[in-house]
Design a protein around this ligand. Structure first.
Ligand SMILES: [Zn+2]
Length: 215
């Protein structure tokens, strides 16, 4: 899991989701009440499997020679409250954070959004870093939506997945659709997709799409 989480940080760089050190990936260690997360303040090209840190579900450092990410409390809160989650990603990716800055959910106006997010990408509350406020805001917002991504107001994006890779994919897709819908809005009104069509698209993509062997 150290190796997986370390390597996935390079995807955040590859897809242009992060500036400086502002973004992190974590992954739950299967069968344990532990997760692996980025160390605080290290640049992405310094990350190695050995530099990753291991925390318990209260966010306490269990193993590692660096301090854990300053977002560790939010990741820990999600793992504590959502047992099906195996990976969490946080970024301040530009277009998604622009929606967060306006406190506006991204409406479901693209079939790719219906596929991946099953509806709008919701906006979560304003919350200060440090305690459980971000985590609580995330879990409360996720409960009412199929979306694996939440835009935290005035802040940025958090995504979840069954695996860390799935959470990274959701972060990449979130920025992609945030950008497209932002651009669409510059030239006029966007057209909502009917709820029944969103349901059909989501069901097909989640259950039928892709290679059978990789499900
Ligand atoms: Zn942040």
């Amino acid at each position: 899991m150290r190796k997986t989480v370390s390597a996935l940080h390079s995807e955040l760089v590859r897809y242009g989701l992060v500036a400086w050190t502002a973004g992190n990936v974590s992954g739950r260690i299967p069968g344990e009440d532990l997760f692996v997360i980025k160390p605080s303040g290290l640049s992405y090209d310094e990350l190695t499997p050995e530099s990753m840190v291991v925390c318990d579900l209260d966010g306490n450092l269990v193993e590692g020679s660096f301090e854990p990410s300053s977002d560790t409390a939010a990741h820990a809160y999600i793992y504590r409250h959502l047992p099906e989650v195996g990976g969490v990603v946080h970024t301040h990716s530009t277009y998604a954070s622009a929606w967060a800055a306006r406190g506006e959910s991204i409406p479901c106006v693209l079939t790719a959004m219906a596929d991946e997010f099953g509806g709008e990408i919701p906006i979560g509350p304003f919350a200060l870093i440090g305690g459980d406020d971000i985590g609580r805001g995330l879990v409360d917002t996720l409960k009412g939506h199929r979306s694996p991504a939440v835009l935290m107001r005035n802040h940025g994006v958090f995504t979840i997945g069954a695996t860390p890779k799935a959470a990274v994919k959701a972060a990449v897709m979130c920025e992609d659709v945030a950008r497209t819908v932002h651009i669409a809005r510059q030239l006029g009104d966007v057209i909502p997709i009917e709820e029944k069509h969103i349901d059909a698209l989501y069901d097909r993509y989640q259950n039928v799409y892709g290679q059978r062997s990789t499900k």
